[in-house]
Design a protein around this ligand. Structure first.
Ligand SMILES: Cc1cc2nc3c(=O)[nH]c(=O)nc-3n(C[C@H](O)[C@H](O)[C@H](O)COP(=O)(O)OP(=O)(O)OC[C@H]3O[C@@H](n4cnc5c(N)ncnc54)[C@H](O)[C@@H]3O)c2cc1C
Ligand code: FES
Length: 266
């Protein structure tokens, strides 16, 4: 699949939760989007910030030629802060679509699929849920946030036909108090596949719970530079090569960001 670099146009941008922005973009890249879980590499509108920012694609609409990203901004010196100041009609220099996303060809109607998302790892699970929903799978979504003020996308997941959503917050300000681990423990129905994206501690908890499952898919993050597999900035250690000595490294940007459960060391 070709990787495009394009000046995409902002259709809209707004703050949807505390310091979390939703940006809708239009451009040719949308037509090449393939798997939920792929990401875009965005250039911040600040010449002193050379490295692009990797941001997952939260959803897309090929008919409208639009895609949506949700991202958390840093302080005033950060690239994401500069991106959040852009408004409708302005352009963003974007590379994409990048990486391998969540495989879902094996999913059949009426299978029970579990999605576990945490914080700013939740967005890529939304396009996944949309596509699983169209396949007629029964989807349980467990979402964990630090607090109510950073909760995102709950209503969007709930609007899908075959989805049931449970939310936890660390401080108990919304939903069940605590981490999504508690909700995983409480699940009684067996699951056919699990897809997850979130903070490293949450990914470890999901792995511990479901490591025996063949269809466990984990989306990871790493510091990135090139984003296309050339610089080796984003190398992860694998189960088969825990020290990286073999030289057959896996790269989050090219081989990931989604890996099979157990393939990499979390
Ligand atoms: C595959 C992938 C998908 C991601 N999807 C999302 C998403 O959907 N929404 C979201 O809010 N965040 C996402 N992130 C994290 C996001 O890329 C960083 O939070 C962001 O780059 C930080 O940039 P900054 O300008 O705010 O911070 P700065 O402090 O200005 O960043 C300095 C440098 O560090 C890099 N960096 C800092 N934190 C991270 C991080 N956690 N991961 C990778 N690089 C980092 C930046 O890209 C930049 O090069 C994703 C990361 C990866 C690897
Ligand atoms: S960021 Fe350069 S190889 Fe992944």
């Amino acid at each position: 699949m070709p990787i495009l670099q394009e000046m995409m146009t902002i259709v809209s941008q707004k703050e949807v939760a505390h310091h979390i922005f939703e940006m809708v973009l239009t451009g040719e890249i949308v037509l090449d989007l393939d798997q939920p879980g792929q990401f875009l590499h965005l250039k911040a509108p600040n010449e002193s910030l050379l490295l692009r920012r990797p941001i997952s694609i939260s959803s897309w609409d090929k008919n409208k030629k639009t895609c949506t990203i949700l991202y958390r901004i840093g302080d005033e010196t950060s690239g994401t802060y500069a991106l959040s100041a852009l408004t409708e009609g302005q352009n963003v220099d974007v590379m994409g679509p990048l990486g391998h996303g969540f495989p879902l060809a094996q999913v059949k109607k009426d299978e029970h699929i579990l999605l576990v998302g945490g914080g700013i790892g939740v967005p890529p699970l939304y396009e996944l849920a949309k596509q699983l929903d169209q396949k007629g799978a029964k989807i349980t979504v467990l979402l964990g946030f630090a607090s109510k003020e950073v909760k995102i996308l709950e209503e969007e997941f709930e609007a899908l036909a075959h989805v049931s959503v449970n939310v936890t917050t660390d401080d108990g300000s919304y939903g069940t108090k605590g981490h999504v681990g508690g909700l995983m423990d409480a699940l009684t129905t067996p699951v056919d596949a699990v897809y997850t994206c979130g903070a490293p501690a949450m990914l470890k908890a999901v792995y511990q719970h479901y490591h025996d499952l063949e269809r466990l898919y984990i989306s990871t993050e790493s510091r990135m530079a090139c984003g296309i597999g050339a610089c080796y900035a984003c190398v992860v250690h694998t189960k088969d090569d825990p020290t990286g000595a073999s030289g057959h490294a896996l790269k989050v940007c090219e081989d990931g960001p989604v890996f099979n459960g157990g393939e990499i060391i979390l």
